[in-house]
Design a protein around this ligand. Structure first.
Ligand SMILES: Cc1ncc(COP(=O)(O)O)c(C=O)c1O
Length: 386
């Protein structure tokens, strides 16, 4: 029996290795604390859950969900208007997704093929590169350096790469670096994309996990953005709804149409009661997010202070669920550092190399744990013999 060749291109995800390491430590009787997860730990607000419960009883929602997909689109458009000051045509400029992950995978299948190149930040959320390879495309990495505020240098891409480039992936607020992008950078991106005939996909998964008064913009807020690309967004992080699998692609109608064509081969829309929950989430009052983000901010500060106290260098991020920290000068191997920390303290802090080779020299800590667990994790780290 044979498998498709493309499976060879997609390496097994690192997180399996983490599970093994953590399980081995637990088997020694140690209670481990993992700072790995980007999975929000706080519950979905009750009014949103209630909307779904009610919908569950309505037989309308037991049928294929095509007929009310438009209400979902309208709710997304209303959120984009209120939250980002961006006007969208719900019929042509919004596409539902089962989480942004569906958009990442299917956009790669929509645009990439053998010989085509995707421009991918390094480090980055690993799905952009995996989806590209899965679709038979090539990856060209754009280094994100601390000295450039973790923004890529678009002028440094060689002409022969640009000739074959089809798609530029961006993600601000950024996983894993926690960096944010100014609108002027997005303007530069639009000009670059127009000049070179390259699609842009901005992944705005962390738009609403932010602190210290920062409000992340939409890529589409920039003139000309929807001529060159789309933005992915999701209810996973903003609304504590990762398990519901609700997301959206918004922007260029032609690209969304092509994406919909690919998606239709693998899915038949979103479960009705989930859509109703999303409509409630996107259109009702969202002031609860301030308190949620304040909780996250306190957690962020616990980690920032704890990691600085053991000699790691880092910026206090203004958004995302992550702290990206540079190892002390004596250390060069992130994975060895992470393994050593787990071994000595039972705390797992993710090796930066999980986000590509450019993550070497860094580790990533996540804020999706209770304050108590984070305090304990940081106390344990202070006992490290570095
Ligand atoms: C940058 C980024 N994009 C997309 C995703 C996937 O999110 P979703 O739950 O919307 O599929 C994640 C999840 O961690 C992420 O970090």
């Amino acid at each position: 029996m044979k498998y498709a060749e493309r499976l060879q291109e997609v390496k097994r995800v690192h997180w399996h290795m983490v599970r093994k390491l953590i399980n081995a430590k637990e088997a020694q009787g140690v209670k481990t604390i993992s700072l790995a997860s980007g999975n929000p730990d706080l519950p979905t607000p009750p009014a949103i859950v209630e909307a779904a419960r009610e919908a569950l009883r309505d037989p309308t929602f037991h049928r294929y969900p095509f007929s009310y997909q438009t209400r979902y689109g309208a709710a997304v458009a209303s959120w984009y208007r209120d939250r980002f000051d961006v006007e969208l045509n719900p019929a042509t400029e919004v596409r539902h997704l089962a989480g942004s992950q569906e958009g990442i995978g299917n956009l790669a299948l929509t645009v990439m093929e053998p010989g085509a190149v995707a421009l991918i930040p390094a480090p980055a959320y690993d799905s952009y590169a995996r989806a590209t390879r899965f679709a038979g495309g090539e990856v060209y990495l754009l280094p994100l350096k601390a000295e450039n505020d973790f923004l890529p240098d678009l002028t440094a891409i060689p002409a022969d790469v640009l000739d074959r480039a089809r798609l530029l992936w961006l993600n601000y607020p950024n996983n894993p670096t926690g960096a944010i992008a100014p609108l002027v950078f997005f303007e530069e991106v639009v000009a670059f994309a127009k000049r070179n005939g390259i699609w842009v996909c901005h992944d705005n998964a962390y738009s609403d996990v932010s602190f210290d008064g920062y409000k992340a913009p939409s890529f589409l807020a920039v003139d000309g953005a929807r001529e060159v690309g789309i933005e992915l967004n999701t209810l996973s992080k903003a609304f504590n709804m990762a398990g519901w699998r609700l997301g959206m692609a918004v922007g260029n109608p032609e690209l969304l149409n092509a994406l919909a064509f690919v998606s239709f081969n693998t899915s038949m829309g979103l479960f009705g009661p989930s859509q109703i929950a999303a409509i409630e989430a996107l259109t009702a009052d969202q002031s609860w997010m301030q308190e949620r983000n304040e909780r996250y901010r306190k957690r962020r500060d616990i980690i920032v202070d704890g990691l600085r106290a053991i000699g790691l260098q880092l910026q206090r991020p203004r958004a995302t669920l992550y702290i990206w920290a540079k190892l002390p000068p004596a250390f060069s191997d992130s994975l060895e550092f992470s393994k050593g920390v787990l071994d000595q303290t039972g705390v797992w802090i993710t090796s930066g190399t999980f986000f590509g080779p450019a993550g070497e020299g860094y580790v990533r800590a996540s804020i999706t744990l209770s304050t108590e667990d984070l305090i304990e994790a940081m106390e344990r780290l202070q006992t490290l013999k570095l």
